[in-house]
Design a protein around this ligand. Structure first.
Ligand SMILES: Cc1cc2nc3c(=O)[nH]c(=O)nc-3n(C[C@H](O)[C@H](O)[C@H](O)COP(=O)(O)O)c2cc1C
Length: 173
């Protein structure tokens, strides 16, 4: 499969971006995988008035046009106050305003990551519910806790978590 990996973070030092970059390397054993940062485009904050006045932003359309080249995605979301960050929700909200289902037929391996023991599991559960509205199929999920202990220098140190992620990637077929 041709896969695209990205995080739902807009932080230049994102731990979720570090995680997906590492998971992308694992996935390269079986797939062609690219990594992007969603911040490569700018997106205005969704508002119905803005949408009526200007339509869907060209940057959202560019992102979706990029997405269309891939069979599936490896996504990791951070957690902000028990849900996904506003930055990520904003991108999903704009995408949901496209005609039809913009991610129809795409498969998603969905992760979440936090520095704490919760592993951003609440954000993961939220994203798992919302992303299918865009037409994508979530093949499986994995939360990644205690990032500082379980990850170093681009590598997943916790072998149990690494194995769980390998099993998740195996569902991307
Ligand atoms: C506004 C805000 C709210 C946060 N809320 C949570 C939370 O509910 N649960 C959690 O585990 N971490 C929370 N955090 C900590 C994030 O997990 C941490 O900042 C993490 O690095 C975010 O991922 P990122 O580096 O990929 O952006 C919060 C951080 C911020 C800035």
């Amino acid at each position: 499969m041709k896969l695209l990996a990205f995080s739902g973070s807009n932080s230049s030092t994102s731990i979720n971006q570090s995680l997906v970059t590492s998971v992308a390397s694992m996935a390269r054993e079986n797939h062609e995988v690219d990594v992007i940062q969603l911040t490569k485009y700018n997106y205005p904050l969704y508002g119905i008035d803005l949408e009526k006045a200007e339509g869907i932003p060209a940057t959202i359309q560019s992102l979706l046009s990029e997405f269309s080249e891939y069979d599936g995605f490896i996504i990791s979301t951070p957690e902000h106050n028990s849900t996904i960050p506003v930055f990520f929700k904003n991108v999903l909200d704009w995408m949901s305003r496209m005609e039809g289902k913009p991610l129809e037929g795409k498969k998603v391996a969905l992760l979440s990551c936090s520095p704490g023991r919760g592993g951003a599991a609440k954000a993961l559960a939220f994203a798992e519910k919302v992303i299918p509205y865009l037409g994508a199929e979530i093949v499986g999920t994995q939360s990644f806790s205690s990032f500082g202990e379980n990850f170093n220098d681009g590598e997943i140190l916790n072998l149990e978590l690494k194995n769980d992620i390998s099993n998740l990637l195996a569902k991307l077929v």
